[in-house]
Design a protein around this ligand. Structure first.
Ligand SMILES: Cc1cc2nc3c(=O)[nH]c(=O)nc-3n(C[C@H](O)[C@H](O)[C@H](O)COP(=O)(O)O)c2cc1C
Length: 340
């Protein structure tokens, strides 16, 4: 019998005593998953949780949300918004988590997945996985500091050894994590090789807490396959959600978008970004968005280069309108040249 994806994704899921309405969530995406983009996602709906961009644990305790580039949100999104933190010192991570709880976020997510060399040189992100004791201590301190759900996002580690990933996952659970998101790639592999979904199944079997699978889910069929192969409790979408912000609504059965949605969405996001950011920051982030959005089209590089060359938001708007002046051909699958 055909696996009913929408029925599966529409089931609520309990995470540390709180319930999310659906099992498809938006993965943390720096420079992409900002508050303007999340407002766009909220308009479409269909997700169970949203994650913020990664925020430095060092700065969170004193950060002013109204001027911060990353620690920024709309109050309406807080019930389903998790704030992701980055850091290496258990005490500082716990202090950041306390502020996140006080602000009213759904929960706090610990970034043990970022393999960016600048971040890893500071012993943060995936670098923490080299010291499982430190990783465990961070989760434990955060657990003791807050009563909201504590989540962990991690990858396989620095060697392609599934037993090590399972051992890390167990450690996070023992330290008090309420859920994990697992991206089964080694660091520093930046998505060059396919993720090892079978490792998600091993992590799932080893844990009692919910496991979100993540990595290279770009269409409903892949989502179905990941769930069936691994038994994961939910799926976290990254790049495809940036390219097609309506995917959550579409895959959970709440929307059947037509081709006009691409132009309308591109313009809507531009308007939201102009409201939430100053011109320079908005243009910079919109250019980054265009990299992933352009993957939808056979001639996406035309859109991409027009937007990269546009200086102001008005010029970006004109570039977007010019690209859609005649209906663009949709690519059968996202163009991976843009998706790296
Ligand atoms: C541009 C970009 C920014 C990202 N930023 C973060 C981040 O801040 N925190 C994090 O845990 N993962 C981050 N990731 C990783 C994603 O959350 C996700 O694990 C990865 O893209 C694989 O999922 P996908 O195949 O659905 O895109 C980022 C990925 C990309 C491409």
């Amino acid at each position: 019998m055909e696996f009913d994806l929408a029925a599966y994704l529409n089931q609520p899921l309990c995470i540390g005593g709180k319930t999310i309405p659906k099992r498809l969530v938006f993965a943390p995406m720096t420079y992409l998953g900002h508050t303007a983009f999340r407002e766009l996602l909220s308009g479409f709906g269909g997700f169970g949780l949203l994650f913020s961009e990664m925020c430095s644990a060092k700065t969170i305790p004193t950060e002013n949300r109204h001027v911060s580039a990353f620690f920024k949100w709309r109050d309406e999104e807080l019930p389903l918004l998790v704030c992701q933190i980055l850091g290496s010192e258990p005490g500082r991570m716990a202090e950041a988590a306390r502020r996140i709880e006080a602000e009213g976020f759904f929960g706090v997510d610990v970034n043990f997945g970022c393999a960016n060399s600048i971040i890893c040189r500071r012993s943060c992100g995936a670098a923490v996985l080299k010291a499982p004791d430190v990783a465990g201590a961070i989760v434990e301190r955060i657990r003791k500091a807050v009563s909201v759900p504590v989540l962990v996002k991690f990858r396989t580690g620095w060697q392609d050894r599934p037993e090590a990933a399972v051992a890390l996952a167990r450690r996070f659970e023992e330290a008090g994590a309420d859920a994990v998101t697992f991206h089964p790639r080694v660091a520093p592999d930046r998505r060059a090789r396919p993720p090892r979904w079978e490792y998600i199944g091993l992590v799932k079997q080893a844990l009692k807490i919910p496991v979100f699978g993540n990595g290279d889910v770009f269409d409903p069929d892949a989502c179905r396959r990941m769930i069936r192969m691994t038994g994961c409790d939910g799926v976290a979408l990254g790049r495809i959600a940036v390219a097609r912000p309506w995917v959550f609504a579409e895959w959970t059965g709440g929307a059947t978008p037509g081709p006009e949605i691409f132009h309308a969405t591109a313009k809507m996001l531009l308007g939201l970004m102009a409201r939430h950011f100053d011109e320079r920051a908005a243009a910079r982030r919109y250019r980054k968005f265009t990299l992933y959005f352009a993957a939808n089209f056979s001639f996406g590089h035309t859109l991409y280069s027009r937007v990269q060359n546009a200086g102001s938001l008005a010029q970006i708007a004109a570039a977007v309108d010019a690209f859609f002046a005649s209906p663009p051909d949709l690519a059968a699958a996202p163009n991976m040249n843009f998706f790296q």
